[in-house]
Every structure is written in structure tokens, then in C-alpha cells.
Design a protein around this ligand. Structure first.
Ligand code: HEM
Length: 402
């Protein structure tokens, strides 16, 4: 990683939540598993992380202080979000979601769906306009995720829905924090008022566009979810997808340009493909996965006591010299190792259902930018503050004829 690239990547964390960043980075010098009294265990090792994420008998994402618990507190009512389920119910709903998504994600479909937005992006850059990649990625990520769920862009409420997803997503994810597993009531009130506005838009959209019997909405209703529960799950999918992609893709673009790697990246389609995974590894859009130990267990010699929180520090793990050669370098020829490959999407029963669509969307953006004549230059950027998914709030690009 060049000095410029590393400097800007550091600023993404330091301007966001400096203490949380420095503290978590420091734990990696203290060991593979670090217990911090009253906070929990920090996991800094890929093998141990995989073992924890795949051991649902002892560790849970839905337990106190886990991701699912945060979402429950924000919603203020019980509704299945996948993040808050375990066992048979989780398996049943996850397989419906996964099946629907998989049947709708093909590279061609995603490319066709986003073609007019991508074409416009290219034309604007080639006409010399300045483009902000962050709102652009937010828009197409919501568009792609909505498509997977059978929500189409054909009602008057759709554009408003797209705009509000990122706004609400930002508020919801802001409250997930390392220091405490409890969300302050003022944050809950604020996020809930934004969330209910988004929910109303979704309801109006669904009323205007009745869902076919093979849509995700219909399948969830057949599985016994109420209207309210179905809407919650759809919105969680939309928010999870938009928040992570609008972090990962702009940071990948910034790393390539800051690192002077753009010409190499655009020189072959294979390099563009490789940049997708390397960009997600280095940007680690979800820097932590929050679990809790539900039963005491020993993993690779480390004891985990029931009732304590577990922070799988993906952004330490995915820069670990023990498993990854020159981990800070953005390499197009990196050989993926099964120990850490795709770990940015988690592992085990809760492995991200949006992994395939995420790779397809990132590939579409990078290959469109690669087709722009000449070079690209970053003309301005602003780091997002106080968010759980560190990234840019704005990243402006311009074409440099060459
Ligand atoms: C670069 C983009 C993304 C990254 C890095 C990412 C990362 C993650 C991670 C780390 C987890 C937790 C996995 C675990 O506990 O083992 C997760 C779960 C999840 N993600 Fe993603 N994600 C991304 C995109 C998406 C998209 C596009 C969607 C929507 C289609 C999505 C929806 C979800 C959902 C619903 C879960 C919970 C699954 C479950 O509990 O079974 N994510 N994601």
C-alpha cells in the first residue's frame, strides 16, 4: 500500500471513531484472543474466528450484545431479522431468502438492471462532470437489493424509498458500538421515527405493486410471517446491503486511485475481477461481527465464559501477517487462502446472503469506471462520522483526459 493510500485509509477510521479504532487495533498486539473486562473478547485470529462463527451450540449472533440484539433494541418489537434467529427458524427463513436471492442474481441480470445508471455515470465522467461515487453506489445497491426481493422500480414511491434507505441505515448502524451492548433511548427514539417513515414508504410501494406468488414477499408470508414481520425483514436486507456496499465500493475505488494502481487495474478484465475481492478484504465493510458466548467453551486453548460478548475483529484478521503475505498491499495476483477467503462476509450459518450480489455490483461499478477514457482523479472526499461501517460520506471523481 502506498503512503497516500494508507494515510487516507487510516483517516477513514481515525475521523470516524478514533478511540474504538485505536483500541481495537491495539488488541492485535496482545494476542489472538484478548479478554477486556466489562467489554468482552476480541478475536484477532482467522482460525479461531471461523471456529466461533461456525459453532452455533456455544456462540450466538442473537444473544445479548450481539448484532441481532442491537437490531431488536432499535426496532423495539419482536420481528425476525435473521440476525436475531438461531436454529430451525433461522434455517427455514435463511433458506427462503438465500434461494430467492440466488435465483435472481446472475451477473447478466445485475448488469442489465443497473445498465442505465452505469451508462449515465460513464457519460457524465467523459463529459467532464464531477461525480460523487458514494450516493451513486447507495442508489444502485438499494436498486440491486430491492430487485432481489422482487421490489421493482415501477411505483412513484420507489425513488423516495431508495433515498431514505441510506439515511435510515446510517442511523440504525450508528448505534452499534463496542463499548456497550445497550442502545441509549434517545438513539432508539430517533432511529425508530426514521424507520417508521421508511416502513410507510415500503407499505405504499407494496400496495401499488402487488407481489407475484413467487416473490420473496409471498414466500415469507407462506412461511407464516405477518405483514409487519415481512416488511421488517425486507427493510433489514435493504439496509444491510446498502450500508455495506456504499462503504466497500467507494473505498476500493479510493485505494486504487490513491495507490496509483488504476492503470494496472483497468489493463485487464482479470485485474478488475481481482480488485473486487481485494477491495472488500482491505476495506472490510463490516469491521466487526458481534456475537456472544451462550455456553462456556474452549476454542484452540482459549476459554470463553458464557454471557460475555465476542467481537470478531475482521479488520484485524484480514490484515494479519501470519496468514496473509504483505497484507496491506492491494494485489491483483493475490492467491486466496481458505482460512481467510471471503471472511469479510462472515462464516457458518449466518454467512452473508448478499455475498454474490455484492461481488456483482462491485464488479459492475469497477468495470464501468475502467471503461472511462483517460484517467480518473479524486477531486474531493469527506469521511463519514460516528458510524459502525467506516467509509466515505462523499468521494468525488473527475476524468483527466490522457
Ligand atoms: C460488501 C458487502 C457486504 C459485506 C462485507 C457483508 C458482511 C456481512 C457479515 C460479516 C455478516 C455476518 C455474517 C456472520 O455472522 O457470520 C453479514 C450478514 C448478513 N448480511 Fe451482509 N454483507 C454485505 C452485503 C450484504 C447485502 C448486499 C445484503 C442484502 C442482500 C446483506 C444482508 C445480510 C443479512 C440479512 C445478514 C444476516 C444473515 C444471517 O443472520 O443469517 N449483506 N453480512
Amino acid at each position: 500500500m502506498s503512503f497516500r493510500q494508507r494515510w487516507h485509509e487510516r483517516l477513514v477510521y481515525l475521523r470516524n471513531r478514533p478511540l474504538e479504532y485505536l483500541f481495537t487495533r491495539a488488541t492485535r498486539y496482545l494476542g489472538a484472543v484478548v479478554h477486556v473486562p466489562r467489554v468482552g473478547y476480541f478475536i484477532n485470529d482467522a482460525r479461531i474466528a471461523r471456529e466461533i462463527l461456525t459453532d452455533s451450540a456455544h456462540f450466538s449472533i442473537s444473544g445479548a450484545g450481539g448484532m441481532g440484539d442491537f437490531l431488536d433494541q432499535m426496532l423495539g418489537r419482536p420481528a425476525p431479522t435473521l440476525f436475531n434467529l438461531d436454529g430451525t427458524r433461522h434455517k427455514q427463513l435463511k433458506s427462503i431468502v438465500q434461494r430467492e436471492i440466488t435465483s435472481r442474481v446472475t451477473a447478466t441480470r445485475i448488469s442489465e438492471l443497473l445498465s442505465s445508471d452505469l451508462q449515465q455515470l460513464r457519460e457524465q465522467l467523459e463529459a467532464g462532470c464531477e461525480i460523487d461515487v458514494v450516493p451513486f453506489v447507495q442508489r444502485i445497491s438499494t436498486l440491486a437489493t430491492a430487485h432481489l426481493m422482487g421490489i421493482h422500480a415501477d411505483t412513484e414511491h420507489f425513488e423516495a424509498l431508495i433515498e431514505q434507505v441510506s439515511q435510515v441505515g446510517h442511523e440504525v448502524t450508528r448505534v452499534i458500538a463496542v463499548r456497550s451492548g445497550v442502545v441509549a433511548s434517545r438513539h432508539v427514539r430517533h432511529a425508530q421515527s426514521l424507520y417508521s417513515g421508511l416502513e410507510q414508504l415500503l407499505v405504499r410501494h407494496l400496495e401499488q405493486a402487488p407481489q407475484p406468488l413467487d416473490s420473496l414477499v409471498a414466500r415469507l408470508r407462506q412461511a407464516g410471517l405477518s405483514n409487519d414481520e415481512t416488511q421488517v425483514l425486507l427493510l433489514v436486507l435493504l439496509i444491510a446491503g446498502t450500508e455495506t456496499l456504499s462503504v466497500g465500493i467507494p473505498r476500493t475505488v479510493a485505494m486504487l486511485l490513491d495507490g496509483g494502481l488504476w492503470t494496472e487495474c483497468k489493463s485487464t478484465p482479470a485485474n478488475v475481477r481481482a480488485a473486487v475481492d481485494e477491495g472488500f478484504r482491505l476495506s472490510t465493510p463490516s469491521p466487526f461481527v458481534l456475537y456472544s458466548a451462550v455456553r462456556s467453551q474452549t476454542v484452540q486453548g482459549y476459554d470463553f465464559r458464557a454471557g460475555r460478548r465476542v467481537f470478531v475483529a475482521l479488520f484485524n484478521i484480514l490484515r494479519d501477517r501470519r496468514y496473509i503475505e504483505s497484507p496491506y498491499a492491494f494485489r491483483f495476483d493475490r492467491k486466496a487462502d481458505p482460512i481467510w477467503n471471503q471472511l469479510w462476509f462472515g462464516a457458518g450459518a449466518h454467512f452473508c446472503p448478499g455475498a454474490t450480489v455484492s461481488r456483482a455490483v462491485s464488479h459492475e461499478v469497477l468495470s464501468t469506471l475502467a471503461k472511462v477514457d483517460g484517467q480518473l482523479r479524486i477531486t474531493g472526499r469527506r469521511v463519514a462520522r460516528r458510524t459502525s461501517f467506516p467509509g466515505y460520506e462523499s468521494l468525488r471523481l473527475k476524468q483527466v483526459p490522457g
